[in-house]
Write a protein that binds this ligand. Sequence first.
Ligand code: GLC
Length: 470
Amino acid sequence: MPFPYSSRRSFLKQVSAASALALAAPAVSAPAMAEDNYVANSPIQKKMDATRAQRMAWWHKAKFGMFIHWGLYSIIGHAEWAKEQEGIPLLQYELLAKHFHPKPNAARDWARLAKRAGQKYMVMTTKHHEGFCNWDTKLTDYNAMAQGPGRDLVREYVEAAREEGLRVGFYYSLMDWHHPDGARCKTDEAARKRFVAYTHGLIRELMTNYGKIDVLWYDVDWPLTPEQWESDKMNQMVMDLQPEIIINNRNGLPGDFSTPEQHIQASEVGRAWESCMTLNDSWGFNRYDDAWKTPKTIVNNLATCARGGGNYLLNIGPEPDGSIPPETLTILDKVGEWLDTNAAAIYETDRGNLSPTNNINLTRRGNTLYILQQFWPGHTPAAEWLDFFKPESAVTLAGLKPKALSARLLKTNQKVNFTQDEFSLRLTGLPIQAPDDPATVIVVECDGEPVVDQWSLVPLWPRYKVGISV
Ligand code: GLC
């Protein structure tokens, strides 16, 4: 028997396989059409369209957020799908709730780290797939107040984020492995009604009891359709209670923004998007996962998101007591240190028509181009006899359209000399050692919006035996 649901990643794979098949299939099935109609005709979605730009203004400027996965699964330390992936019986799993003993105010350390790292908002798991509620809900006693912690962990988190001046987001998994109706709601209408009432009730509490909430981040909508979840009513309730909030697209309605997961993919122009990614390979604490990304990778990912006009939601998986894994601290502190001097190259940049290279990422604002040199060239001994590589250290970018007017290092403000022809911009006389780490930013003022397109040069190149004397 096939596993009834799967991770988001394989779920998405199935969806794209299904849509590939759909190309060959002549007709769209009736339930799919009903679902499409429901989504297309959602009244709240239309209302949200009207206020989106204003509601999302802060978020577009924020660029960088902290995702936090923390729950009973953190105690096991095998990441957040352990219950399903290791087949842990529910009654065994429930016992974890009695053994969840976070240290006081763990969230303060997360919020302080987020602030140092240059992250402007946080999104914490209020309830993950396991069904345990990290807040003092009145709808189940499978919650942090009634169980081991004896405290409202969501409240502590909200207060900690606000204390650091950060915006507050709630992650909420619709899928629930604990609630008795969480699976049978698919085939039993009475169960569906109960489970949808429970779900809407939990969301209502979250939207009512914690003051102004900035982001609602739904996850996995298995096993119901948007219509069965009553997603339109759900979002209407959320907007009534929190008129300024922004909502993601994972309850089956488009909401305000798209959520590419573990990859970076810009949406079509005009549609907001946010890539969520892990810092190692796990969302929830995984004591064996040592696949940490480097600060260089994080800075590069952040720039890639900014270049496409999107946000980067980077995850941490705190330990069971809420402590931050030491590697997480080291990496995020390094990123924050870099952002202290390079903020201009990330925040408030606009989506650009800029093609990066192996060594260079690019962002822009107005007529200003930011060249983020990931791998510093130093000098080029293998070809130092070519005139092209003669200067001691040069950064070269092909395919820049407008004319460069001036250039400087962002970190030191030091002026940079350059030449430009129809092929490339060459920034010369640079230090042999990289002036900054993990990326050096060179600011180039241009006489128009910077567009970088190396492919546009192809017809310009002379070809075959050019200049070779035979
Ligand atoms: C997936 C996973 C989940 C994780 C989420 C983050 O949906 O199932 O564990 O919370 O991605 O985007």
